[in-house]
Design a protein around this ligand. Sequence first.
Ligand code: G3P
Ligand code: MG
Length: 256
Amino acid sequence: MNSQRWPYPRVIAHRGGGVLAPENTLAALRAGWRRGFRAAEFDVMLASDGVAVLMHDPEFGRTVTGAGQVAQTPSALLQKMDAGSWFGPTFAEEPVPLFEDVLGFCRAHGIFMNIEIKPAPGHDERTGSVVAHLVARFCEETPELSPTPLLSSFSSTALESAQRAAPHLARGHLFDRVPKDWRSRLEALGCRALHCDHRYLVQQDVDEIRAAGFGVFCYTVNDPERARELLAWGVDAFCTDRIDLIGPDFGGRNLS
Ligand code: G3P
Ligand code: MG
């Protein structure tokens, strides 16, 4: 692996702990850690008071019991909400975690973070800026951290705002399909990597993106055969839900 292009782990637990625990919770990160993962992707959104929490959906219902909007709910209330019952009764007490608490957990457990900035609709700029400020402070307080977290987002506005707030933090641009103008979009936002849905990726994309010096990251790869194929194409890393099937050392340590 070209460590300058991609100085990060190759296999990353999606939404904290993939299929082993409710997504975007501390229980998820603990599950991944117990499985040997020292790398996690998770989603960060702002509560109504501007406090960052781990959350994928802007509205409750799928992973958080109840009805309503994350962006209209204060963080103190979110921390008391049930983010685990949907997954199983043993997780019924699992709350929505504060991003700051997750940063602390990852520091204590040596977990590399791919932090996906996931703004609720209309909150792109502020979410990018808040997350970048928090991560920049975290890095200052943790000088031994290597590699430092990788920010990513589907939102160009959030990435631009993160870049303004903390230009030194690494960024990846998320897309579903690789767009024709991927290069200019990565360059405009100072991104070091392109993150995309593996289902629409072809080997020629990988060749071109890597030749231009950018990392290639895929989501969400749950089939070991497909994971092997992508790595053979030169994909630098991927996240997976199937951390029960695909271990942290999948693909070996010495791919070039
Ligand atoms: O960051 C990769 C992946 O998590 C993007 O999609 O919807 O699972 O956040 P999603
Ligand atoms: Mg995500």
